[in-house]
Design a protein around this ligand. Sequence first.
Ligand code: HEM
Length: 291
Amino acid sequence: MRLPVSIQPAILEKSMPFGRFIIFSLKSGINLSDLKNTLTFIELNKHIIVGFGEKLMQKLTIEVEDYRLFPQLDASVEIPATHGDLFVFMRDGEPGMVTVNSLPIKNILKPFFDIQLQVDGFKYLGEPDGYGHDLTGYEDGTENPLVDDAVNAVVRKDGSTFVQVQQWKHDLGIFNSFSQQLKDHTIGRRLSDNKELNDAPASSHVNRTDQSTFEIEADILRRSLPWANEHGEGLVFMSFCENLDRFEVQMRRMAGLNDGITDALFTFSKILNSAYFYCPPVTMDFVLKLD
Ligand code: HEM
């Protein structure tokens, strides 16, 4: 497997069972060299992923031609484009480590950023080395590209990539009231053996997103985790791809923008927020050392 040394190591390494998604917004009137200096203190290792949003990239004068904000999609379902200036994902084998290790990061970022969103995610079901499941019970990640295919889908020439972060809130009361057949048709796979269904409706999630059915290369690497707190429960969707079009063709089809058919996921789940970030390579001078 060709492993580009300059990609942030946590992006391609296998998932860990606990993760904290933090989206920060840039404060006004901050000192640029202090900000750059602070960013160098973050060590990019297999426990952390960092992504830059539009305002931060402007501040740091990083130009990435094909980076853009998450689009406002004119769909019949709500797809809030909420954006963010900095994304930090912390992950580990147990939740205490995630909490403890995110404290110093949050502390050094505090003079420059406010926390816009923080959500803790966890693995549900699945083998220790396998994919976890969504809270609906279905395995999430089955069709992820592997080894070289994952590298091709994710890594840009210089070792950078883009990350898409989107928090979904489920109404599991609704989903659990579905018959087993309707549940399977909603996802497009059979719960009992995870087989893809041939007779699932066009609205099934797998039919909406089948990566082999787009006019462009549409493989993306998904690393989502379920969440649950006092606001409800659902999935923090997180994916990586070398070109935002890969994700966007899927999102547009899920939203029914091509054929008016919306993804059946929307019958029991809704999107709370969405953002795109640029994940710089570890070689970028003001960003971070490998441990
Ligand atoms: C509530 C949110 C979501 C849930 C619960 C969910 C769950 C699932 C499940 C259970 C599968 C089938 C197994 C697998 O291949 O992983 C799947 C497949 C997939 N999902 Fe999602 N997903 C969600 C959102 C999204 C979003 C926002 C996208 C991209 C825009 C997406 C892209 C994909 C892709 C590309 C596949 C594989 C399709 C294929 O090639 O067979 N998913 N998802």
